[in-house]
Design a binder for this molecule. Structure first.
Ligand SMILES: [Zn+2]
Ligand SMILES: [Zn+2]
Length: 120
């Protein structure tokens, strides 16, 4: 029995992918953000656990075009989502757990703003 929420609905908008989660959360993921967050080997992110602490700065991928968008979404088992992008990239897999963690909806962003470790 897994406690990880599953997407109950996924919709692709002009610039944003939206996921309705089974736990009632409404997630929001701008395409460019999501593309930049790809963890696959092609994007240069090795599964190095120490680097997971600081996800920023390890991506040396070429610039992502402004009009990037997913052209095809697929389910990977019952734990993730595969995305084929308009730039031809198709090896990215985003686990549901990861997607929940990087959610960019306004309430998740607000939570991050209030994170005391980031107070400035
Ligand atoms: Zn990738
Ligand atoms: Zn959220």
């Amino acid at each position: 029995m897994s406690h990880i929420a599953m997407p109950s609905a996924i919709s692709v908008h002009d610039r944003v992918l939206e996921i309705d989660w089974s736990d009632g959360h409404h997630g929001s993921y701008p395409h460019r953000f999501l593309r930049a967050k790809c963890l696959c080997a092609v994007c240069g992110s090795e599964p190095d656990l120490s680097s997971l602490v600081s996800p920023e700065g390890k991506h040396k991928a070429p610039p992502i075009s402004d009009d990037i968008k997913p052209v095809r979404l697929g389910k990977v088992g019952n734990y993730g989502l595969s995305v084929q992008w308009s730039d031809g990239h198709s090896t990215g897999v985003y686990t549901y757990e990861y997607l929940k963690k990087i959610c960019q909806c306004s309430s998740c962003l607000k939570k991050k703003d209030n994170d005391p470790t980031l107070s400035m």
